[in-house]
Design a binder for this molecule. Structure first.
Ligand code: CA
Length: 197
């Protein structure tokens, strides 16, 4: 029940701060992502993490790893964004973020997010992805992804849309970068994941 209450609190906070998709119309539901604008810090402030994007903070429905961090360098909305940093951060050559949301078979989901990359930033592989997962959350039934190689020094909106295959119970948003450059960082903010008609 503790988890449910905090999840609800997150929804309320999100609505007050305008985190809902600006284009949401009738028949579209609320943003499934928690802390979708990275404004709330994780419990361990020294880890530069984001609430709902770290394992057991507050639940097991999200995590970040490697050179991931939450930063106030710039933001598309509010004051903070998520990042995957270059090797300069001393956290290795890769990083990523993920968060799970409940999902329903045959329902279409649409992700939108804004991305920015420093001029020094490159990655051998970098993408945003939706994974449709089964009830046990260990089998990927379908996925849709977009490479982030063309992101540059202006905030760029990236959209993914796909219908959950039969058997889907969760949809996992993943941001991943590997074989990253020494300098720069990939930055992202103002996420939305909604069920659409
Ligand atoms: Ca933000």
């Amino acid at each position: 029940m503790q988890t449910d209450r905090r999840f609800f609190a997150g929804i309320v906070a999100g609505s007050l701060m305008g985190f809902f998709s600006a284009s949401a119309g009738s028949g579209e539901s609320f943003n499934l992502l928690r802390n979708a604008s990275f404004e709330y810090e994780g419990a361990d402030a020294h880890a530069a993490g984001a609430f709902h994007w770290m394992l057991n903070d507050p639940d097991e429905k999200g995590d970040s790893w490697g050179s991931a961090s939450r930063e106030s360098w710039r933001a598309k909305q509010g004051h903070y964004a998520g990042t995957i940093r270059g090797r300069w951060a001393g956290q290795g050559g890769a990083g990523g973020w993920w968060q799970d949301s409940p999902a329903t078979s045959e329902q279409t989901y649409r992700f939108t997010g804004w991305f920015f990359a420093d001029p020094e930033w490159t990655a051998g592989e970098q993408f945003v992805k939706l994974e449709f997962r089964d009830q046990a959350n260990n089998q990927i039934l379908g996925e849709v992804s977009a490479a982030l190689n063309d992101i540059g020094e202006q905030w760029t909106e990236v959209t993914l849309s796909s219908t959950a295959p039969s058997g889907t119970a969760f949809v996992r948003l993943v941001i991943h970068a590997s074989d990253v450059s020494d300098g720069g960082a990939l930055q992202f903010d103002y996420f939305s994941l909604v069920a659409v008609d």
